[in-house]
Design a protein. Structure first.
Lengths: 486, 449
């Protein structure tokens, strides 16, 4: 019985539980629902939950434990040396599973009967050809051990599936029987159902924490793996980035950090003035009507996927900068460059800075402005000398958040900045960033034991630490100084 | 005394607000300039946005038109069914090479019949007018319906990518000189074919339904698998994000005690919202693919990664919607004897539903455009086959709209830039629809308490 079918059966039992539980509560109260502690529906829900929860718990446990047990049984078919080597044994297990899957397919296709499949031997049949006919292509001939193991595997899995079905359905029925037996008019069904619901809510909230734990754990363990194969000092202070897939690579982090920071600085030079002046105009000058048109238009920029900006950098901005700036002034002839990526990321960050700065300037109390006007200052003097200083901490926070976004931006730099890791000052030269290299090292066929692949995790955790640090710092500044006026 | 005061020279005020002064003019000029900077900043942003959208639209609109060549073709059973018994299994032995020969022979025959000059063109050049994709399509059609054997009808097949580019102005005689795939002679022939009405450009539905095609056949590349993959992922993201996001928000807003754990959860959520998206890709690769052994490139893994990424956004929007429901509603419900749980689920949640819906749609829109994490979980791979129907289809390899944009943009043939821009038009179309829906919902259900 497949898992999907089993889930359906449990759900049907739960549904029956709802109907039965509700009916039983009403009959126990002899039709007078007012003597019940809870509304009749809660007795139904209680029965449904009692049927479904233990059944799903049993199913989950079974699914987790069965592969471990089966693997131990299968290990008996192979010499101890083969089992001791973990990677080799993983491959062997994959082979066994494949052959077993092939036998299933062959039985399904009617090439052999179920009995024949259980008594096959490599001497009498060409198992590889048989499985090939069934649509399962094998790389090598099937060894006798693998075939025996595969047959055993099929048996164990079939037995496991049967056991699982019995255990899960039994759990559902026992839970249902228990729920029905406790259903009495004075039973507090609502409280118990609500306790379960609260449990569900708490579990959902903990997913956020689990995600963070998952991020840190996944990157940390693989990074440790990387630093075991490649010295940390050479990674953090190395000046060359030159991965070789035959080994002996230089994986220095400095050129990537340089490219990342250079592009971030260029993007901030674009985004900060444009974003700030946009915010100033929106907050201080624009009429409500103009504001209601301009603000959504600026925010359209933030809603456009970054891959669109990436294509814009690749097709329009890059060639434009190359043909009209880099080549005439002799800065090189690369379409993808720090300038290309920086400009485009800057544009992307304008709405981010402008909407944050706009909010912050709106939070500056009107009394400060009025005081300044009263002393005879013009509007721009008021903005420069009163509003901006008052809003400065918040604006710095906004700029830092934008910088953290620029550092973590991936698609624009992948398509616009190039892939060559260089330590260079020329902004029209192609350089690369941490995010580009993460994509580069992890895309395509990768071997998770080589430092060339694992370095991506070290880059990832560095990126995570940098952006998280910037964010926490920015939020700290914003929070600390915003309270001034409240 | 009065004499004295009258005789004193009247002190002329140094400056007055009633008369202009140099200083005041300077200050006013500075004021004017400052205001202008603001306007200039806005104009620059708007101009760049306009240029970007304009270049992408002008590049991409042509992806929706495709050059096709039509000519009569006899489905000769001599070539297509050498065994002569109409048995489908026998006919599958005829490869696309056989179909290509059938097509090119019919095409050349038609050129001759119409008296269209092919002077100076080799047979190969004439054959290259037709797309390499055409024989495969024809073969699928014949194998799908063997009854058309030995009938004759006019077929409309894709023209080669370069010929299509010539009709769209991308390929010129100068570029053709340097191009290995096309010669100026072929472009002359294309002109004559257009005159004869055999070659024409028509709306390209295939762009929305075809799967991706190899580097050599840009004319056949389509968005079908990408659109389906994105749709699968969005469906799963909704199924994962809405229950989890709403449950988390309810807990944090209504039930959470003020303690350490609650603080940790809150800080966590706000920090997760600012983590670079690529980090979620690394998480997905390490946890879902390497550890849990889910298949690479599958919509399920993509959806899990996108869900984790979108959850903070949805939670923040949902909490705002729940907070906007006034306490008097809760007090009234509690006052008539509802439990806390009943209050939340019977009163607060329905009243917050429009806000939650709007927030969810906006969160989905950002998830739909996300590319970087999907690259890491292998969705950038070349996928030729449609994923099957749900539920198994969630585990089949697929690709996504923004990833398709990226993978086409990174191919060398300029014809793929057109496809890439066309894919962006489709993507932006979906985003506009989602955002407009969110705005309409907000307008319709917005409620001031």
């Amino acid at each position: 019985m497949t898992i999907l079918l089993l889930v359906t059966v449990v759900l049907v039992i739960a549904l029956a539980g709802f109907v039965l539980g509700r009916a039983r509560a009403i009959s126990r109260a002899s039709g007078n629902v007012r003597v019940l502690h809870s509304l009749p529906g809660y007795y139904g829900w209680h029965a449904a939950l009692m049927a479904a929860l233990p059944a799903f718990a049993v199913m989950l446990l079974w699914l987790l434990i069965q592969p471990l047990v089966v693997e131990r049984q299968i290990a008996a078919f192979f010499p101890e040396a083969a089992v001791a080597d973990e990677t080799a044994f993983t491959l062997t297990m994959a082979d066994v599973r494949r052959v077993a899957g092939g036998l299933d397919a062959a039985v399904l296709a009617g090439l052999v009967t179920a009995d024949q499949a259980a008594t096959l031997s490599v001497d009498s049949t060409d198992v590889r050809a048989l499985l090939g006919q069934a649509g399962v292509a094998l790389g090598a001939q099937v060894t006798p051990e693998t075939l025996e193991a595969a047959k055993e595997y099929r048996g164990l899995v079939a037995f496991g599936a049967f056991g699982r079905m019995i255990a899960v359905i039994a759990a559902a029925l026992v839970g249902l029987a228990y729920a029905l037996s406790v259903t009495r008019p004075d039973f507090w069904a609502r409280n118990r159902v609500e306790a379960v619901m609260l449990g569900v809510l708490v579990t959902a909230s903990s997913i956020a924490i689990l995600t963070t734990v998952g991020i840190i754990w996944s990157m940390f363990s693989e990074s440790l793996n990387f630093f075991r194969q490649y010295p940390a000092t050479e990674f953090f202070f190395g000046l060359t980035w030159n991965p070789q897939f035959r080994g002996g690579s230089d994986l220095g982090f400095i050129p990537l950090l340089w490219g990342t920071l250079y592009i971030t600085v260029v993007s901030m030079i674009v985004a900060v003035p444009l974003g700030l002046f946009t915010a100033i105009y929106l907050a201080e000058y624009a009429s409500p009507a103009a504001r209601s048109i301009i603000k959504p238009l600026i925010e359209v920029i933030a809603g456009i996927p970054t891959v669109v900006f990436g294509l814009f950098a690749l097709v329009t901005v890059g060639p434009f900068l190359r043909d009209y700036f880099a080549q005439p002034f002799g800065f090189g002839n690369s379409g993808s460059s720090v300038m290309t990526a920086g400009l485009v990321i800057g544009i992307l960050n304008i709405p981010f800075i402008s909407s944050l700065a706009d909010d912050i300037m709106n939070a500056v109390p009107q009394s400060l402005r009025d005081g300044s006007y009263g002393l005879g200052a013009t509007k721009s003097e008021t903005i420069r000398q009163v509003v901006l200083p008052a809003a400065l901490p918040g604006i710095v926070g906004a700029v830092l958040l934008a910088a953290s976004r620029a550092i973590g931006e991936t698609m624009i730099v992948t398509m616009g900045a190039g892939a060559a890791a260089k330590l260079d000052l020329n902004p029209f030269e192609a350089m690369t960033t941490m995010t580009v290299k993460i994509v580069g090292q992890l895309t395509g066929d990768t071997d998770f034991n080589s430092p060339e692949t694992l370095v991506a995790f070290a880059l990832g955790i560095t990126l995570f630490v940098i952006t998280l640090g910037l964010n926490i710092f920015a939020l700290y500044i914003v929070r600390k100084y915003r309270e001034q006026y409240e | 005394m009065t004499d004295l005061s009258a005789s004193l020279p009247v002190a002329k005020p140094k400056n007055s607000i009633l008369t202009g002064s140099d200083q005041m003019r300077r200050r006013n000029a500075a004021e004017f300039r400052f205001r202008l900077y603001g306007l200039a900043a806005i104009s620059v942003s708007m101009a760049v946005l306009a240029i970007m959208l304009w270049t992408i639209f002008s590049d991409g609109v042509s992806a929706f038109k495709q050059a096709k060549i039509s000519f009569p073709l006899t489905f000769s059973s001599e070539i297509l069914d050498p065994a002569g018994n109409g048995d489908r299994a026998e006919m599958t032995k005829v490869t696309t090479v056989g179909y290509a020969r059938l097509l090119t022979t019919a095409f050349r025959a038609e050129l001759q019949a119409r008296g269209i000059s092919t002077e100076g063109l080799s047979d190969k050049e004439i054959n290259d007018m037709l797309s390499k994709h055409a024989p495969g399509v024809l073969r699928a059609e014949v194998l799908g319906n063997t009854a058309i054997l030995d009938t004759t009808r006019t077929v409309e097949v894709l023209a080669a990518g370069r010929i299509d580019g010539y009709l769209k102005g991308r390929v010129t005689r100068e570029t053709a000189e340097r191009d290995g795939q096309v010669t100026p002679g072929m472009l002359d022939l294309a002109d004559r074919l257009t005159e004869a009405g055999m070659l024409r450009s028509a709306f390209n539905f295939d762009f929305l339904t075809n799967s991706d095609a190899s580097d050599q056949r840009p004319e056949a590349a389509g968005l079908g698998v990408a659109i389906l993959g994105s749709a699968y992922m969005m469906l799963l993201v909704v199924l994962i994000c809405v229950p989890v996001g709403v449950a988390t928000s309810i807990y944090l807003e209504e039930f959470a005690p003020k303690n350490r754990l609650t603080d940790v959860i809150e800080v966590n959520i706000s920090n997760l919202a600012a983590v670079p998206s690529i980090v979620f890709g690394i998480l997905g690769l390490a946890v879902f693919i390497n550890f849990a052994k889910f298949p690479q490139s599958s919509p399920l893994v993509g959806a899990l990664v996108l869900s984790l990424m979108t959850l903070p956004t949805i939670i923040i929007a949902t909490r705002a919607a729940i907070r906007a429901v006034p306490p008097s509603i809760r007090d009234a419900a509690l006052g008539v004897g509802a439990s806390k749980m009943q209050t939340v689920f019977h009163h607060v949640l329905p009243l917050a539903a429009p806000g939650i819906l709007t927030g969810t749609i906006l969160g989905l829109a950002s998830a739909l455009g996300e590319t970087a994490p999907l690259l890491l979980i292998g969705m950038v791979a070349y996928v030729d086959n449609y994923p099957s129907a749900p539920i198994e289809g969630f585990l089949d390899p697929a690709t996504a709209l923004p990833v398709q944009v990226y993978s086409w943009a990174s191919r060398s043939d300029p014809a793929f830039i057109e496809r890439s821009s066309g894919a962006i038009i489709v993507l932006l179309g979906f985003l506009v629809v989602m955002n407009v829906t969110a705005i309409i919902l907000r307008r319709k259900f917005e409620r001031r308490w």
